[in-house]
Design a protein around this ligand. Sequence first.
Ligand code: S3P
Length: 160
Amino acid sequence: MILIGFMGSGKTTIADALGERMDLPVIDLDEEVVKLAGREIPRIFEEEGEAGFREKEFEALSRTSRTSGIIATGGGVVTYGRSYDFLKNTEQPVIYLHADFETLYRRIEGDENRPLVKSRDQVKALYEGRIEKYRAVADHEMDASLQVNEVVSGILEIKS
Ligand code: S3P
């Protein structure tokens, strides 16, 4: 199962909770990219730009096709053609965690570990440009403004 959604939608938290409930390993793509690069995300952006980061993110994503775990992606994964195509074509269920902009922005505002969180207007433009991409690759959409246990129960219901 692959979780997608904007920054702050709770992909990592929900993936951890699902992994525990379903007794499956959890793979966090941001962590995989950091391991691959041997550097933290802001440094990858500084040294290689967003394009360098996206290529590594695709590499990490494509490796997950050999696992049966719960995969938490980074919020921008749908903006890169190769990753978008991977998500569109994967056999694994892709779940989009959707929430309104205000809810998400409150959760991510001022986070220095997310290089794309700059001004509110810039973040809003990213959010608006991405929604249709998340929807285009997802098999299911969940309301990510709910409590973690409610989102998890909703996803488990889809699965059963
Ligand atoms: C990004 C989201 C981040 C991380 C990087 C870029 C984005 O992941 O991959 O900072 O473009 O939205 P989270 O969605 O886990 O914050």
